[in-house]
Design a protein around this ligand. Structure first.
Ligand SMILES: [Zn+2]
Ligand SMILES: [Zn+2]
Length: 384
């Protein structure tokens, strides 16, 4: 466990955010403990029933853990039946106990870690050790020693300055007149700064779509898009593997397109966020158009792959949705007087659509055989 108070030699071994890094394991521990105690413990059950059950993600994680532990689903089934009896439906769970416990446990472990390190050692932390802002800010809910409260404030200021600098620099070096300033590291720096500002992308996106996409039966679902274009269920992993086996070249081409689309996301998100914040620098519109063109080009490459099938339509829909949001953020510039406009970019920017694309890319990746076998759980293993 990365976040346990551990020996000083290991303290800064994690690059990126140590809390994001440890979250999958913390969550797995809590889900396992839930399966061991909560099904039979009246207090635990009451706590779940009081809020109307668990969130969708944790229902899936709990049933998966229970099956793995004891090859049965009796505990989950009883609890689920009780929730449905009591509420008549599966309500939207505002405060899932497992979400709350995971956050609280991570927060407390992070505080213990920082306390054990102490102020002097924290000052010598290597630059690669970068706790993300959401986890740093979470500490403010705890009672902190004055030195630690000060560390939190300094860290917040620094993260914001670094993210602003990286975003502005990226946009600037995409303008013609500043190209000599470019060193080629802007993209990496921007991605690193975004990870510190927003949290580790694997974590953030996993919470939204990825984990839900691969349910125990492989059936995707759980995320409801605003539009109608993704309401049909996505294919199962088994179906995707069959599909890839029938035409591996087509799968490779689609995977390449999906990967390039995922790689475009950070730049698209920056353009959208700067647009929403009204901070368009001179190069902003040019950069937005470059991104538009890239999405259009990917769409055309996808069209050129021949007849539509389910996965291709899914990818095409996602590319269109990314393109639509970039176009939308550009449009008010041209038509500011158009007061009838109702459609707006959601404040979350690419948000859920981005997660859905990453999930689709991951699904395609999982159909690629490794050493002759299709390894379905590569991504999950990597996180632990
Ligand atoms: Zn973090
Ligand atoms: Zn939850």
């Amino acid at each position: 466990m990365t976040l346990d108070p551990f020996g000083p030699a290991d303290a800064f071994a994690t690059s990126g955010c140590p809390v994001c890094h440890a979250l999958p394991q913390i969550e797995a521990e809590l889900v396992d403990r839930f399966c061991r105690h909560c099904f039979s413990d009246p207090d635990g059950r009451d706590r779940v029933l009081a809020v109307g059950g668990l969130c969708d993600r944790h229902w899936w994680l709990v049933v998966t853990a229970e099956r793995a532990r004891s090859d049965t689903m009796v505990g989950t089934a009883e609890l689920l039946a009780e929730v449905l009896d009591r509420f008549g439906t599966h309500p939207a769970v505002a405060r899932c106990p497992l979400c709350g416990d995971t956050e609280a446990s991570a927060r407390e472990r992070f505080r213990v870690l920082l306390d054990n390190l102490g102020s002097a050692r924290l000052e010598q932390a290597p630059p690669s050790w970068r706790p993300c802002l959401p986890h740093v800010e979470g500490l403010r809910q705890l009672r902190l020693e004055p030195w630690l409260a000060r560390w939190v404030r300094e860290r917040q200021d620094r993260v914001l300055v670094e993210a602003t600098t990286a975003a502005r620099r990226y946009v600037r070096t995409r303008q013609h007149r500043s190209q000599e300033e470019a060193t080629g590291t802007e993209s990496e720096e921007l991605l690193a700064a975004m990870a510190v500002l927003l949290g580790d992308p694997d974590q953030v996106l996993a919470g939204g779509a990825d984990m839900v996409t691969i349910a125990p039966d492989g059936r995707a679902g759980g995320w409801q898009p605003a539009g109608g274009w993704m309401e049909r269920p996505m294919v199962t992993l088994a179906e995707a593997i069959d599909w890839a086996r029938a035409d591996p070249a087509r799968r490779d081409a689609m995977l390449a397109i999906a990967q390039r689309a995922v790689a475009l996301q950070p730049a698209a998100e920056v353009v959208i966020q700067l647009g929403l914040a009204g901070e368009q620098e001179p190069g902003w519109a040019g950069e937005a158009r470059r991104i538009q063109d890239s999405y259009r080009m990917l769409g055309q490459e996808l069209d050129a792959l021949g007849a539509a099938d389910h996965l291709r339509s899914e990818l095409a829909g996602l590319l269109e949705e990314h393109l639509r949001l970039v176009v939308l953020v550009l449009t008010p510039q041209r038509a500011r007087s158009d007061s009838t406009r109702v459609e707006q970019v959601p404040p979350g920017g690419l948000g859920p659509v981005a997660g859905r694309l990453v999930a689709l890319r991951n699904l395609l990746r999982r159909t690629v055989p490794v050493d002759g076998r299709t390894v379905a759980d590569l991504e999950v293993d990597d996180r632990l």
